[in-house]
Ligand binder design. Structure first.
Ligand SMILES: [Zn+2]
Length: 429
């Protein structure tokens, strides 16, 4: 009997293997294959809202809530999001919008922005059935603020944040200055989006950062590290720590801005440095928007380490700011030769990612995704090459001015622990 059963199995397997692919419309996905999210939809109203995401097979999930602003976060294993470009942009019922993407290696995340406090009534994944794919289902029911706050899950601690890529340890005796390039956003946080042309800030700035890294490395004069080399989320604090731990001599954060449709003709590049007070309302708006990255990725901001600003790093910080401003001017001068600049291209505001007290840092907004002309240029390989060329020239000029003494090394007071940035004294406000 056993032999016959075995034979039947083999025959069945052979017969199935001979079936044309079109006969089995949705073959069961194998466990080794990546899970693919193929469609997503919202249903319901302001009392009860359901999010459904179609998956190629079922996955375990975890869901939790975050307050201020109200969010629901769903964590699942690594998933390829092959969703329509419009997915998540428009809300319905209790969900005003949602985002999705890689949060950490092997971990994907969906973050829903809510119009009101909710209870996660149900969160489950349905096994695939007949011709139906597996479906991730989240049911939200409206509640009051105090019930919501009671249910807020144990916050994501700093130690649970995704790990930064380990910086390669410098070869002994490698005294070349370290430059950290920081492609903004990533993973669940797309940054600015031009939905019409399917361009995201996170992709664009990663492409340009890679070009610049390659170009700088070819000179042999620098060690060039990137805060991210993939489409993954990195918190603002981690980006700053990465630069400090690698004792970077220069930190360049790359971004592209976007304005509402009525501002479609605003264009040009802008270079930002840090300041306690924004240079103008536009700089303040941009800093507010860029500083939201961690909130967008579903990080509990109350768990972020205390802000470095307000801590007394006076001497080091002042000198660092001078170097940042020096480089910003050099960069603006060099880039203005090849790219259209914003009408006031040098600005400052309280950007979290520029807060390393001992690493000269600038944030370069390449242009506006909301401007058709900027978009066309920024996505052209030729424009990207000439801008990274101009950036390399500015970087070279900046370091050349400091040779042979490397004056960009800003000494912190001896009692300050570099890595953890503990304050030595705190000034009263
Ligand atoms: Zn940005």
């Amino acid at each position: 009997m056993a032999v016959r059963t075995g034979m039947r199995k083999i025959w069945l397997a052979a017969a199935l293997a001979l079936l044309p692919a079109w006969l089995s419309a949705s073959p069961p996905a194998r466990a080794s294959e990546p899970v693919v999210a193929t469609d997503a939809r919202l249903a319901g109203d302001g009392e009860r809202t359901r999010l459904v995401i179609d998956l190629s097979r079922s996955v375990p999930l975890g869901a939790f809530t975050l307050a201020d602003p109200y969010r629901v976060v769903v964590d699942i294993p690594d998933v390829i999001f092959a969703l329509p470009a419009s997915a998540g942009q428009e809300g319905r019922g209790l969900v005003s919008a949602y985002r999705f993407g890689l949060f950490a290696p092997g971990k994907a995340r969906i973050v829903m922005d809510l119009t009101d406090p909710v209870t996660v009534d149900k969160a489950f994944v349905l096994e695939p059935m007949d011709d139906q794919p597996a479906r991730l289902v989240i049911d939200l029911v409206r509640t009051d603020r105090s019930t919501f706050l009671k249910a807020v899950a144990a916050p994501l601690r700093a130690t649970e944040q995704p790990e930064m890529p380990k910086a390669d340890v410098a070869a002994a005796g490698d005294v070349r200055p370290v430059i950290v390039l920081d492609p903004g956003h990533g993973g669940v946080d797309s940054g600015a989006v031009n939905a019409k042309f399917g361009v995201t800030e996170k992709q664009l700035v990663l492409t340009i950062a890679r070009k610049l890294q390659h170009q700088l490395e070819e000179t042999g004069r620098y060690r060039v590290l990137m805060t991210r080399t993939k489409d993954t989320y990195i918190s603002l604090g981690q980006r700053v720590r990465f630069a400090r731990e690698n004792e970077a001599k220069l930190f360049i954060s790359l971004h592209a801005d976007s304005l509402g449709s009525h501002d479609g003709d605003v264009r040009g590049a802008t270079i930002y440095t840090i300041s306690d007070r924004a240079s103008d309302a536009e700089a303040q708006r941009l800093a507010d928007s860029e500083n939201k990255a961690d909130m967008i990725a579903g990080l509990d901001l109350s768990e972020e380490p205390a802000d470095v600003a307000g801590i007394l790093f006076d001497l080091a910080q002042r000198e660092t700011r001078n170097f940042s401003a020096l480089f910003a001017r050099s960069l603006a001068g060099s880039v203005s030769g090849v790219a259209r600049m914003h009408k006031s291209p040098l600005k400052s505001a309280g950007f979290k990612v520029l807060k390393a007290p001992d690493v000269p840092s600038v944030l370069f907004e390449l242009g506006y995704l909301s401007s058709a002309k900027d978009l066309e240029l920024m996505t052209s390989s030729q424009w990207q090459d000439s801008v990274t060329d101009a950036m390399a020239v500015a970087i070279e000029a900046y370091f050349a001015a400091q040779r042979p003494r490397d004056r960009a090394t800003v000494a912190l007071p001896a009692s300050v622990d570099r890595a953890s940035a503990k304050p030595v004294a705190v000034t009263a406000p």
